[in-house]
Design a protein around this ligand. Structure first.
Ligand code: CP
Ligand code: NVA
Length: 307
């Protein structure tokens, strides 16, 4: 049985663990499509803390826990004592006495780390300002479904050097692919984990065309992430030439996929032609949040004791 492990950033699991999780996600997705019941988590409870909005993360965790036979509880800052200043350490102590696993979406990564440090049960990062590991878990599972192994492939990130982009970079090193990042000046990706990312894994530039050249996957995200709304007018201007459109996609490999974690703003970071076009796999990507996270929860709670 695996010891209590948290999933606070993508680098918390290694290559071999990801191989297992992607295999299990495939099995769990097939079972779900065949309407097979698989409920190893009867009586188990997930506490979900949301300090930012969510559609996919909430629904994928809540539906996923129900399908596994367990239950997920939604807590937010408006209605829980977190919004009235209860320390995260105390919240961790209480929640981990009543639930088996905790998921949190919040602002600073340091808050998630403090929660995990005082929790007796696994903690999953459901997005912070710094990282979004569950998203990249689903994105890479989606890539594998469509194209096979991501090892040796090239992923192009266009736009903001944000939480999702930073998580792609961790994944590039662990899973052995190259991430080409094109950002406007002033919005470059900053590395926060103390790792060194060599040119075989990380190629930053300010040119969207250069980034997509030879890419097997082109991906982007909103110009303004949650928590940065005050900057949205400035960002709209700064990111104007970083739109993923049909012209830009022509510079990628002809069979390149397009992904976006969603929600999307058609006409800003991506055109309708691309996101609703034949290269886009965004709906599979969104659905796969649930399958990939079920495999993650199963791994964190049951280790290798699969049925
Ligand atoms: N991609 C994603 O995390 O979506 P939500 O913000 O809707 O959860
Ligand atoms: N970068 C975005 C992702 C939303 C799922 C944000 O943090 O708001």
């Amino acid at each position: 049985m695996k010891q209590v492990g948290h999933y606070l950033q993508f680098s918390d699991l290694n290559h071999e663990e990801y191989r297992h999780i992607f295999e299990r996600a495939k099995v769990l997705k097939r079972r779900h499509s065949e309407k097979q019941l698989y409920q190893p988590l009867v009586g188990r409870v997930m506490s979900m803390i949301f300090e930012k909005n969510s559609t996919r993360t909430r629904v994928s965790f809540e539906a996923g826990m129900a399908q596994l036979g367990g239950h997920a509880m939604f807590l937010d800052t408006k209605t829980s004592q977190l919004g009235r200043g209860e320390p995260i350490e105390d919240t961790a102590r209480v929640l981990s006495r009543m639930s088996d696993i905790i998921m949190i979406r919040t602002f600073e990564q340091s808050l998630v780390e403090r929660l995990a440090a005082h929790s007796k049960v696994p903690v999953i990062n459901g997005l912070t300002n710094e990282y979004h590991p569950c998203q990249i878990l689903a994105d890479i599972f989606t890539f594998i479904e469509h194209r096979g192994s991501i090892k040796g492939k090239t992923v192009a990130w266009i736009g903001d050097g944000n939480n999702v982009c930073r998580t792609w970079l961790q994944a590039a090193k662990i899973l052995g692919f190259k991430l080409k990042v094109a950002t406007p000046v002033g919005y470059e990706l900053t590395v926060l984990d103390g790792e060194h990312y060599g040119p075989e894994h990380f190629e930053p530039s300010h040119s969207a065309v250069k980034a997509v050249e030879g890419a097997d996957l082109v991906t982007t995200d909103v110009f303004t992430s949650m928590g940065y709304e005050a900057e949205s007018a400035t960002r709209l201007e700064a990111f104007a030439s970083y739109q993923v459109n049909a012209e830009l996609m022509k510079h990628a490999k002809p069979d390149a996929l397009f992904m976006h974690c969603l929600p999307a703003h058609r006409g800003e970071e991506v055109t309708a032609e691309v996101i609703d076009g034949p290269q886009s796999v965004v709906w599979d990507e969104a659905e796969n949040r649930m399958h990939a996270q079920k495999a993650l929860i199963e791994y964190l709670l049951l280790g290798h004791q699969y049925d």
